[in-house]
Every structure is written in C-alpha cells, then in structure tokens.
Design a protein around this ligand. Sequence first.
Ligand code: SAM
Ligand code: 2KA
Ligand code: SF4
Ligand code: MG
Length: 223
Amino acid sequence: MTGTILQISEIFHSIQGESSFAGWPCTFIRLAGCSHGCRYCDTTYAKTAERRLSIGDTIDEARRYHAHLIEVTGGEPLEQPAVHKLLHALCDGGGGVMLETGGFLSVRDVDPRVHKVIDLKPPSSGRDKENCMENIDIALNAGEGERKRYEFKIVAADREDYLWARGILKDTRLAEACTVMMGPIAGTIHPSELAGWILEDRLHVRMQLQLHRYIWPGMDRGV
Ligand SMILES: C[S@@+](CC[C@H](N)C(=O)[O-])C[C@H]1O[C@@H](n2cnc3c(N)ncnc32)[C@H](O)[C@@H]1O
Ligand SMILES: Nc1nc2[nH]cc(C(=O)O)c2c(=O)[nH]1
Ligand code: SF4
Ligand SMILES: [Mg+2]
C-alpha cells in the first residue's frame, strides 16, 4: 500500500484559507493533474507533477509539520485512484483530514472519516455541465452524524453564477442539511456585492473570502 505512487504538486504548511475550517493551521497535500480547466483556476501550475512519492513518504513529509489538520487538494485529487488509500491512511493516523474536490467525480468511495469540501462549478467555470449531482444526493441521504462531514462550496464571478447557485440551493434544499460556503472568484465581483445578494435573498450560506490571499498577497504557491 505504502508503495503506491502519487503524483505530487506540492506539500506545504499554511493557514486554511477556505471552507468552514478557515483560520486553522493546516498541512496541504496538493496532488497533481486535473482534466477540467475551469476558466478562473488559480492553481493551473498543479496540472503537472513536481514529484512522484509513495503514500508512505507523502504522509511522512506532511506529518513533519505536526498540524492538527491535513487537507488533500489539487489539481483534482479524485482523479488519482490512489487518493483513497492516502485518505484512509491519513485518517488512521488521527487528526482532521479534509478533501477538496471540484465535484466532478462521485465522493461515494471516500473514507467516511474525511471532511469533504465539494465544489459546485458555476457557469463562469465553463464546466457547469460536468458537476456530479449525485454528490448532493449522497450528502442529503447521509445519516445525521455523517452529514456534517459534507460541505459544499460555490464560487461566483457574476450575477449569473449567483442566480445559478441560488437556483440549485432552492431546488435541492441543500443548505438546510449541509454547510454551504459561497465566495467571490478572485478579481471579479467585489465581496460586498455578493454579500448584498446573499443578505437580500436571506440565503442560508456562509460567506468566505480566500484568507491566504490577504495574509500573503501576491503569493501564488506554497500558501
Ligand atoms: C484549485 S481548486 C483544487 C481542488 C479541486 N480541483 C476543486 O476545484 O475544488 C481549490 C479551490 O479553489 C477554488 N478556486 C480556484 N480558482 C479560484 C479563484 N480564481 N478564485 C477563488 N477561488 C478559486 C476552487 O473553486 C476550489 O474550491
Ligand atoms: N491557504 C490555503 N487554503 C486553501 N484551502 C483550499 C485550498 C486549495 O487550493 O484547495 C487552499 C490553498 O491553496 N491555500
Ligand atoms: S477542478 Fe479545481 S484544479 Fe481543476 S481547473 Fe477547476 S478549480 Fe482548477
Ligand atoms: Mg488554492
């Protein structure tokens, strides 16, 4: 198992900048490769691997930072089949384990101990037709205790994205069951504009800004 090879973009220690865990020290394992190409992606450098590491070496390196929280992100982490063994082994080691996924692939086989952050890609991504809507059903049908480990996220560039998000939330009533985070895509709408729409519509979502962009402005990698 530990011999299974992962394509790695970077492993770093930072402040969790997104999700309901924003603000906590966190070690990030960024797996390389993504076949989606969202128009606004801020991590295109992760398309290609910097290193190939066994699961065991990946965990050893991540654990060196002694963070209470580890997030596996990408690229698109679910595109590497070995991610499931990685997540399982991380959970066995204790501490909080998070997965950040673009939500194109089902999270059905993800270790149930993992806190799953699932993006719903809006029209401005150019990939909105590829959302795996099964993930919403999986979360809604999860038992009471398990449901808290499903979190959804929608980033928006404009009013069209926002209305799309509002429509999905109304149709599925997802926000009544799970945490839904909403934030602006960097360099597009001002946070106050998005906040205004959320408040006007009494939307039951949590607003987020990418904290790391404020802590380390202009830094694209390793934060
Ligand atoms: C780079 S992706 C990697 C993980 C996975 N592929 C995904 O899309 O969730 C991590 C998060 O960054 C967000 N993101 C990417 N580009 C962004 C941008 N320009 N502004 C705000 N958030 C962005 C994505 O929506 C996603 O939630
Ligand atoms: N600080 C920090 N927090 C993050 N949360 C999710 C991230 C990601 O790229 O998936 C991310 C990231 O790249 N940096
Ligand atoms: S799925 Fe994630 S990593 Fe892939 S292009 Fe979209 S935002 Fe970037
Ligand atoms: Mg990021």
